[in-house]
Design a protein around this ligand. Structure first.
Ligand code: NAP
Length: 239
């Protein structure tokens, strides 16, 4: 049973993030639920408590850089380090779409949350991860972020043309590759994990439950020596 490791999951109040938090807590880690809304954070805490699990909440709004900086300071004060960062918070916007028609404000918003501010969270947390003996960063990517998949007519995802969402996950993958190299000597492992097609509020459909979608991100959060990889439940995803 784990005793000490401290994990932050962003967007942990529902969907895959809540289930990642639950499975990490079940593994015995100290879990910090990052959430932008206090009421939704408390509901998630209550949900975990109903399973006999303890966690703590942390105000973390990717729309507010100040809240990200403050969150890192609070983790430093409470724990002095962070072992695991799961960059799970993300959005999809129905005004997104094919390059010829996607609404530009929608594309900008999706890029901002899924890439730019996820980078901001990562920047804020890396100093805390460096204080842990074997830091791990898991970026919740998507097969839709694969450049190869987007250009492959035989792929089941070929028709899913969302220039903002798909580009945001391709950009997140670039963060994975660059950060894995930047941190190679630190021992911190950084990976992009596609959870599968999961039925949540983000998709409204999907063949997997959030519990099932949490399994692979949790596996990469808890261990493994790989770094700079892009994986999905079936194995390695082509970039
Ligand atoms: P979800 O149920 O909609 O949950 C998204 C979470 O992100 C919520 O907790 C949400 O908080 C939070 N969030 C969104 N914007 C935020 C912001 N600005 N600041 C803080 N938190 C924010 O979606 P999901 O399906 O579980 O998705 C989780 C991750 O998996 C996403 O990164 C998504 O792109 C990725 N993913 C999902 C699938 C899938 O099939 N579902 C497939 C591939 C990748 P609120 O409740 O406050 O909105």
């Amino acid at each position: 049973m784990e005793q000490d490791r401290i994990a932050l999951v962003t967007g942990a109040n529902k969907g895959i993030g809540l289930e990642i938090a639950r499975q990490l807590a079940q593994a015995g880690l100290r879990v910090i639920l990052g959430a932008r809304d206090a009421g939704r954070a408390q509901a998630a805490l209550d949900d975990l408590a109903a399973d006999g699990l303890e966690a703590e909440t942390l105000h973390l709004d990717l729309d507010e850089h100040d809240s990200i900086i403050a969150a890192a300071a609070k983790i430093d004060t409470r724990h002095g380090r962070l072992d695991i960062l799961v960059n799970n918070a993300g959005i999809f916007d129905f005004a997104d779409g094919a390059p010829g028609t996607a609404v530009i404000d929608s594309v900008r918003k999706v890029m901002e949350t899924n890439f730019v501010m996820t980078l901001a969270v990562t920047q804020a947390m890396v100093p805390l991860l460096k204080k842990a003996p074997a830091g791990r960063i898991v970026n919740l990517s998507s097969s839709l972020g694969s450049l190869a998949v987007n250009g492959d007519p035989t792929s089941p995802y070929y028709a899913a043309r969302y220039i903002g969402y798909n580009a945001s996950k391709a950009a997140l993958n670039m963060l994975t590759v660059q950060l894995a190299e930047e941190l190679r000597d630190s021992g911190i492992k950084v990976n992009s994990v596609s959870p599968g097609f999961v039925k949540t509020d983000l998709t409204s459909m999907g063949s997997m439950t959030p519990q099932e979608g949490a399994v692979l991100p949790v596996r990469y959060a808890l261990g493994g020596d790989e770094t700079g990889t892009f994986v999905e439940p079936d194995g390695l995803t082509p970039w």
